[in-house]
Design a protein around this ligand. Structure first.
Ligand SMILES: Cc1ncc(COP(=O)(O)O)c(C=O)c1O
Length: 409
């Protein structure tokens, strides 16, 4: 009896210390970091698979993956082992030397891509991949203008933010880079009216994520490809979110949902390194033929640790059959969500899903967080976004739907 009481007191003390630790970390970050993000009141300590554990001992089901990054799940043992092994050999050397792990990363990435995309360029982020993609298109065509789409997001550096016709981004990126033209997503006529001989590239997110998971029919992609071929324009898919397995295919490029269309350039980041910063452009020969020494570069691109993360990530997705898992669990999730009248539509593909509610999604997002489920909002107020690790299981999906049902009544 006495020892039970002591145990209880010890437990309460530990809990208080954990809460103090949370408060301390929150106060420190708020004091020393610019307040550019609206943060969740959660201090992440460790992760495993689809779970994030906070310093106060709570466990969260992560359906957001830290902005779609944790595709292999948090701290996947194969990815961790690949990174650890590389850190013990060599942390970094630039592209001035050859590297076994860089060679393997490039080979692996090209081998899973549609066969036309035969060369890789490595950089460090999604925005940088898009900047380089636009630059390559300009070099290859000798033209300057770029067509992108209302609702698309391409990053926050000067050229990428100027290509972003979503919310306030172009405004905060002023002065904008000239030569960016806006078309309507899914509307080929709006593209045709802009696609003259000044246009170097048409760039798009094949599924617009931040806009609220907006899709277009396969015919749209086919029409874009035909238009680009006819008018000598490069087609760029920004697959920073859709790439590396998120849709249940390695890439949207070449997939049935996109009428099998393969663009001239695909850009990647986010999931590619499971959390180690890395971006990439995959290009076809029409583009690579124009790129010469010193045309592109970045100190950290192709660094050994990032390359080990790429190899580890792609191997983990393959070994754990995650693409098959995405398709199976997506179907299950859609079936279960059909039981929830408040969800009027489920947009997107694979694990890039937008749940459209009858009402605003922000209170549902908040209620889920209180129940220890992390999801994402979008710039469409009624759409809640799910970007979970590709290892999410059926029971995990059930847990999410059960919570949604309780919240929505
Ligand atoms: C489709 C898309 N493109 C580009 C970016 C920019 O990527 P990064 O934040 O790595 O620069 C993002 C980031 O959210 C994105 O979602």
């Amino acid at each position: 009896m006495f020892s039970d009481k002591l145990k209880h007191i010890a437990h309460l003390q530990m809990k208080t210390e954990m809460v103090n630790q949370t408060d301390e970390v929150v106060a420190l970050e708020d004091r020393y970091q610019l307040a550019t993000y609206k943060k969740m009141p959660l201090v992440a300590e460790r992760g495993q698979g689809v779970w994030i554990y906070s310093v106060d001992g709570e466990k969260y089901l992560d359906l957001y993956g830290g902005h779609a990054v944790a595709a292999t799940g948090h701290s996947h043992p194969h990815v961790v082992a690949a990174i650890r092994a590389q850190t013990e050999k060599l942390l970094f050397y630039s592209n001035l030397v050859y590297s076994d792990v860089r060679a393997r990363a490039a080979e692996k990435l090209v081998s899973i891509a549609p066969s036309q995309l035969s060369k890789a360029f490595f950089c460090n982020s999604g925005t940088e991949a898009n900047e380089n993609a636009m630059r390559m298109a300009r070099m290859a065509t000798g033209r300057e203008n770029i067509i992108t789409f209302a609702g698309g997001f391409h990053g926050r550096t000067a050229d990428a933010i100027s290509a972003t016709f979503l919310g306030k981004y172009r405004e905060i990126g002023k002065p904008n880079v000239p030569g960016h033209l806006k078309a309507e997503f899914g509307d080929i006529e709006s593209v045709k009216s802009l696609a003259d001989d000044t246009v170097a590239a048409i760039m798009l997110e094949p599924i617009q994520s931040m806009a609220g998971i907006r899709t277009a029919p396969p015919e749209f992609f086919k029409a874009l490809r035909d238009l680009c071929d006819e008018r000598g324009i490069a087609l760029i898919y920004d697959e920073v979110q859709t790439g590396v397995g998120r849709t249940g295919e390695w890439f949207f490029a070449g997939s049935e949902a996109g009428a099998g269309v393969v663009p001239d350039i695909v850009t990647l980041a986010k999931a590619l390194g499971s959390g180690v910063p890395v971006g990439a452009c995959l290009v076809n020969e029409k583009i690579s033929a124009h790129i010469k020494e010193n045309d592109l570069g970045t100190t950290f691109g192709g660094g050994m640790v990032a390359m080990a993360a790429v190899v580890g990530t792609l191997e983990a997705i393959e070994q754990d059959k995650m693409l098959e898992n995405v398709k199976r669990v997506e179907a299950h999730l859609r079936d279960r969500l059909a039981e929830v009248p408040a969800v009027v539509a489920v947009h997107g593909r694979g694990f890039l899903l937008g749940l459209e509610f009858t009402e605003k999604a922000a209170p549902i997002h908040q209620a889920l967080l209180e129940r220890k489920v992390i999801t994402g909002t979008s710039s469409d107020a009624r759409v809640l976004r799910l970007l979970p690790p590709l290892c999410l299981s059926e029971p995990d999906a059930d847990l999410f739907v059960d919570n949604i049902k309780e919240i929505c009544g």
